[in-house]
Design a protein around this ligand. Structure first.
Ligand code: NAD
Length: 237
């Protein structure tokens, strides 16, 4: 029987690549989006996935999206906490409001999503949760202290939940992408992107589909004895 996945922030970038990859591999696929209804509808038409509007700063909206996904497909076997924001600012220019927004979207959005799917996974005594951190969450990044801190927190959350939920047969793993060619990196100039590619042992930036393949692996039963891990998809950076 096909398994069901819920992917947050699925209308573009790594999330959209996940929607395509899971759908191509026979998964029942639901995804959330916050603003771009047109892009979400197009992707739903293209893949047969279910598009659900949910801003992950809104607990009730996240809970409703999970309920709608479950109502459509019967259960939720895996969740990909992908949605996130980034921003470049000098540390001394990052305001309290900037910090709170970054942590609320990236960390608390992940928390809200996991909390909403957990009762179903506990009931099934099975589930796979994949969070999305960043290599900057592991090694830090100049002018991205609030982003890096939010991504480091996601690693701590994931490792803690892997321990807490292991006895319930729920696996929790984290993906830490390197530099991936998506809209998130539009803030970087072409020169900066080239510099980042040059610093990458594989000599290029990554494609969203390459991250999606690793996420599919961690969600699937092919990784059934893997939990509490952070998988870098970085080209060796
Ligand atoms: P992106 O900006 O293209 O996509 C981010 C997605 O998150 C979008 O669909 C957006 O609508 C959604 N989102 C943002 N705020 C939201 C909210 N409040 N509620 C619901 N959805 C919201 O970027 P991407 O590169 O595809 O990033 C996906 C994830 O990968 C992010 O968590 C990002 O931090 C992480 N990441 C990206 C890179 C990279 O180089 N692109 C590297 C490391 C980690």
């Amino acid at each position: 029987m096909a398994q069901t996945v819920l992917i947050t922030g699925g209308s573009r970038g790594i999330g959209a690549a996940c929607v395509r990859t899971f759908a191509e591999n026979g998964w029942n696929t639901a995804f959330t989006y916050s603003k771009s209804r047109e892009a979400a509808d197009r992707l739903a038409d293209e893949t047969g996935a279910l598009a659900l509007r949910a801003d992950q700063q809104d607990t009730a909206a996240v809970e409703l999206a999970v309920a709608e996904g479950k109502a459509r497909f019967g259960t939720i076997d895996a969740v990909v906490c992908n949605a996130g924001i980034a921003e470049q600012k000098l540390f001394q220019n990052i305001t309290d409001a900037d910090w709170m927004r970054m942590l609320d979207v990236n960390l608390m959005g992940t928390v809200r999503t996991i909390r909403a799917v957990l009762p179903e996974m506990l009931h099934n005594h099975k589930g796979s949760i994949v969070t999305v951190s960043s290599m900057w969450g592991e090694c830090g990044a100049s002018c991205e202290s609030h982003y890096s801190a939010s991504k480091a927190a996601i690693i701590g959350l994931s490792k803690s939940l892997a321990q807490e939920l292991g006895p319930s047969n729920i696996r929790v793993n984290c993906i830490a992408p390197g530099v991936i060619d998506t809209d998130m990196n539009a803030m970087h100039s072409a020169d900066t992107m080239q510099e980042l590619a040059d610093q990458t042992p594989l000599g290029r930036v990554g494609a969203a589909a390459e991250v999606a393949d690793s996420i599919l692996y961690l969600c699937s039963d092919k990784s059934s004895f893997i939990t509490g891990q952070v998988l870098g998809v970085t080209g060796g950076f």
